[in-house]
Design a protein around this ligand. Structure first.
Ligand code: GAR
Length: 320
């Protein structure tokens, strides 16, 4: 079976969304598994549910701690659990921007309104008071601004004439449980989809100066220089030459560096067929949790090996 993404869930209370995610993960073929449930409240009811399902739990009260200090504690627990994704499920803490940055693109939140409407608290009452006929829930990627990141999915829930905030909340919660599972499954699955991986590499490669995409022997590739005389600095190998991997092929300084990298991290690097002899290295993209900053820095490095001298200063300001 394909590798399942490792998901940690942060809760502060009841944990009904956590329970929905956890039971969904029992389905055979679910692309994620829950590796940790953590809370800022040791009495959060959801912790007992997780423990009863044999999911490791971590809790620590945030009281008396600085925000950064507390988030660092949670971050350590997430690293310890080797989590690939963080899912906020009724986690009622504002997160420090340092913590958010560390999990950028890999942290989701669910919010009981149709964002961008009604960020913050009292969403049900506010929707009723406004005379809205429909409310709902949203799942979004977490960015440093509260309830503000890109929305990945929403479900509308009709507001009834005699709705109270409690009644509306109960129905929205049912919608939340289904929406959250679906969005999380989609998010973790796309990183195993070769087309999505190629698209992501394409975006990063074309951010470098004077680059264009060009297919080479059936593989997507990227070149620096003109359409006529450009040189390849990257390819994506999608199960090429019988390999079972989807990988980025980039240039190293030579076969010594190539061998050292493969020895140090054999789960990530391998020597690609044909290109290997000239020092190219394959960086696996099908791990389910690619570090895209790492891929971007490989692309920059490979670009600078082949780019014409006059272009070199253009990437120096882009970092390592
Ligand atoms: C959910 O309704 C969720 O949308 C909301 O807290 C509830 C948690 O319930 N989150 C927020 O308001 C975040 N801004 P649960 O503990 O039963 O999953």
């Amino acid at each position: 079976m394909a590798k399942r993404a490792r998901v940690a869930i942060l809760i502060s209370g009841r944990g009904s969304n956590m329970a929905a995610l956890l039971y969904a993960a029992k389905r055979q073929g679910c692309p994620y598994k829950v590796v940790l449930v953590a809370s800022n409240d040791p009495d959060a009811r959801g912790l007992a549910v997780a423990a009863a399902e044999n999911i490791p739990t971590f809790s620590h009260s945030h009281k008396g701690m600085e925000r950064e200090e507390f988030d660092a504690l949670i971050h350590d627990a997430l690293r310890e659990a080797d989590a690939d994704y963080v899912v906020l499920a009724g986690y009622m803490r504002i997160l420090s921007s340092g913590f958010v940055e560390k999990w950028e693109g890999r942290m989701l939140n669910i919010h009981p309104s149709l964002l961008p409407k009604y960020k913050g608290l009292d969403t049900y009452q506010r929707a009723i008071d406004a005379g809205d006929t429909v409310s709902g829930c949203s799942v979004h990627l977490v960015t440093p601004t509260l309830d503000d990141g890109p929305v990945l999915g929403q479900t509308e829930v009709a507001i009834l004439a005699d709705d109270t905030p409690e009644k509306l909340a109960t129905r929205i919660r049912i919608a939340e449980h289904q929406l959250y599972v679906r969005v999380l499954e989609d998010l973790v699955s796309r990183e195993l989809d070769p087309d999505w991986l190629v698209g992501k590499v394409n975006q990063l490669a074309l951010e470098l100066p004077q680059t264009h995409a060009k297919t080479s022997h059936g593989s997507p590739g990227w070149r620096v220089g003109t359409e006529k005389s450009g040189k390849f600095f990257a390819y994506v190998s999608v199960h090429h030459h019988g390999e079972d991997a989807v990988a980025l092929l980039v240039k190293t300084s030579g076969t010594d560096e190539q061998a050292a990298l493969i020895e140090a991290e054999p789960d990530i690097y391998y020597r690609p067929a044909y290109y290997g002899a000239s020092g190219w290295i394959a960086v696996r993209l099908d791990t389910g949790a690619v570090d895209w900053d790492h891929i971007a820095s490989w692309l920059r490095k490979s670009w600078s090996f082949v780019a014409p001298k006059k272009l070199q200063p253009l990437v120096e300001f882009l970092g390592d």
